[in-house]
Design a binder for this molecule. Structure first.
Ligand code: 6GU
Length: 231
């Protein structure tokens, strides 16, 4: 799977993919991430990528031409399954959407900035607008990094233990159960006996019960969704 990211701040995206799981995914040839500076596609002495909003108001708008040039240059080299614009007014990224996106081959990510991009870019090129939550970031780069991380780890073969994504929080509309490692007792705090029992059936049952209880208390919205899907 390949991500191309168009951004006015490519430096911000230098490190996030070069560690741990995503680094290994790239070394294994399962994932490619290419970051492209939008300013490279801007013309004129100042390589201007933003301008004042027609109609007035505070904040700059990202100009059409450099983005169009960037997208069209990339589209000449390959066709994209999705052109995603990161923006607080997009659809909320969740595990179901991450699962869907992990099945794509090529994704082009356009990072929003300032007051956003000229609407004509959204009309002409963007196939999906994604937000990572109900708060405002100063730019779409961190949102793009979140998306690449959440999607990239789901590509088959990326996780060491192929089954481990199956037990993630949200994968089943449930939060993950508590986990423990050695020592079995620390400052008088004990690991639940059942986890030391060696009985996999009991342990699975305990984990499911913990997941259900944790989800019911912390995320009643998810709990309702889970119950509806498991009648
Ligand atoms: Cl995708 N962009 C920005 N600027 N802020 C956000 C966001 C995206 N998702 C949540 N907040």
């Amino acid at each position: 799977m390949r991500f191309d990211i168009l951004s006015v701040l490519p430096e911000l995206l230098e490190s996030p993919f070069n560690h741990s799981i995503l680094k290994r995914a790239q070394q294994k040839g399962l994932l490619e991430v290419h970051v492209h500076g939008l300013r490279e596609y801007a013309t004129g002495k100042h390589r201007q990528v933003d301008d004042y909003a027609f109609g007035g108001g505070a904040g700059m708008v990202m100009k059409v031409e450099p983005i169009a040039a960037g997208i069209e240059d990339l589209q000449k080299q390959r066709s994209y399954d999705e052109v995603i614009y990161t923006s607080p007014d997009g659809v909320r990224l969740d595990q179901a959407l991450c699962n869907q996106l992990s099945l794509r081959q090529n994704i082009l990510l356009l990072c929003g900035h300032y007051k956003g991009v000229d609407e004509r870019i959204r009309e002409k090129y963007v196939t999906l607008e994604v937000s990572i939550g109900d708060y405002v970031l100063s730019g779409g780069e961190l949102a793009a990094a979140v998306l690449v991380d959440a999607v990239g780890r789901l590509i088959p073969g990326v996780l060491n233990d192929e089954t481990s994504a199956l037990f993630d929080s949200f994968q089943d509309d449930l939060l993950a159960p508590p986990v423990y490692t050695r020592p079995a007792e620390w400052r008088g705090l004990k690991v639940p006996d059942i986890l030391l029992s060696g009985n996999d059936k009991w342990i699975d049952a305990w984990r499911l019960e913990q997941s259900l209880e944790r989800t019911r208390i912390r995320r009643p919205d998810l709990y309702e969704k889970y119950l509806k899907g498991h009648v």
